[in-house]
Write a protein that binds this ligand. Structure first.
Ligand code: ADP
Length: 157
């Protein structure tokens, strides 16, 4: 059976933590759709088109990766894309508690969906988009937390 996973997130911005989750999940799936979820009430910091462009830059050569965005419920977008799996990364017990509730509610809404969790690498546990964004916003150097081909690309807006 062809296995498609959706990796939803804000990716504001995409970090080496996200990149690592996708790379480690690639052998498990036939396709991974990295999908930026957005809604009109909560704008991200970086513009959606930039975030999409940056993620495409990271996985440009990888045919198994699609990069897109969606509005609304993750389960509805899974249905639309024919994705049977939702991929999420886990850093801390706080992540786990939150993700458990979301996954169990998603399963009520879409019983066929399986949420798959991947533990972050120990070196990436402390990396959050919120802090990376703050470093960039305040003029610091966040390159150590960004995928190699995004270093020097992501600037204050
Ligand atoms: P969201 O707003 O949906 O939490 P994020 O962009 O913050 O979106 O994260 C998307 C996914 O990537 C989530 O599953 C999150 O737990 C995971 N993630 C975020 N940072 C890291 C990291 N440093 N290592 C591994 N997974 C991460």
């Amino acid at each position: 059976m062809y296995k498609t996973a959706l990796f939803p997130g804000s990716f504001d911005p995409f970090t080496i933590g996200h990149e690592s989750i996708v790379n480690r999940a690639l052998p498990l799936f036939d396709k991974i759709i990295i999908a930026i979820g957005y809604n009109t009430t909560k704008d991200g910091y970086f513009p959606l088109d930039k975030r999409l462009e940056w993620i495409k830059t990271v996985f440009g050569e990888e045919k198994k990766v699609e990069v897109t965005s969606f509005k609304g419920l993750t389960v509805d977008f899974c249905r639309e894309k024919g994705a049977g799996y939702i991929l999420r990364g886990l850093r801390t017990s706080a992540d786990f508690e939150y993700e458990r509730a979301v996954a169990q509610m998603n399963r009520v809404m879409l019983p066929d969906i399986e949420s798959v969790f991947m533990l972050t690498l120990p070196d990436h546990t402390h990396i959050t988009s919120t802090i990376v964004r703050e470093i960039i916003r305040l003029g610091g150097d966040a390159d150590a937390f960004l995928p190699e081909n995004l270093r020097n690309k992501i600037k204050v807006i």
